[in-house]
Design a protein around this ligand. Sequence first.
Ligand SMILES: Nc1ncnc2c1ncn2[C@@H]1O[C@H](COP(=O)(O)OP(=O)(O)OP(=O)(O)O)[C@@H](O)[C@H]1O
Ligand SMILES: [Mg+2]
Length: 145
Amino acid sequence: MNIENEMKLSFKSLSRNEGFARTAVCAFAAQLDPDTEEISDIRTAVSEAVTNCIVHAYRNRTGTIELVCRILENRELYIRVRDRGCGIENVAKAMEPLFTTAACEERAGLGFAVMESFMDKLKVTSAVGRGTSVIMRKRIGGKNE
Ligand SMILES: Nc1ncnc2c1ncn2[C@@H]1O[C@H](COP(=O)(O)OP(=O)(O)OP(=O)(O)O)[C@@H](O)[C@H]1O
Ligand SMILES: [Mg+2]
């Protein structure tokens, strides 16, 4: 798959960086001229992925979150959010709607479901003790063609 454009960012897993991350992704995605609904979908999906790194991957500590955004062929936006945190033992289970390991913190267990519904593709890979990678793709402007 041809990479037409790419940007990479790395930042600390502080909750104040969640807004920074979604704004950075949307600024990069602006070259595809997304409509307001697409912008809102991208913002929400990035928020969920980055929040998971902050609250789950680096629970009780601060680590580094790596963000890669690409423009692929056919106006496809590619976003990878990667942490080097605790990892996920059972990814399929973690992705089930309403599954959460943080129910006591009033988490709904809907983050992955939201990413899945707002983006075209979602791929999660993880290794316990090594970290998690979330790759999302969305074709921008596809609806009107
Ligand atoms: N980056 C990550 N590192 C480690 N565990 C993760 C990560 N992302 C998700 N998880 C695990 O997967 C579960 C499901 O994640 P999901 O985002 O769907 O729900 P949640 O974060 O628990 O709740 P919500 O997103 O609705 O606030 C989490 O409870 C957590 O156990
Ligand atoms: Mg979540």
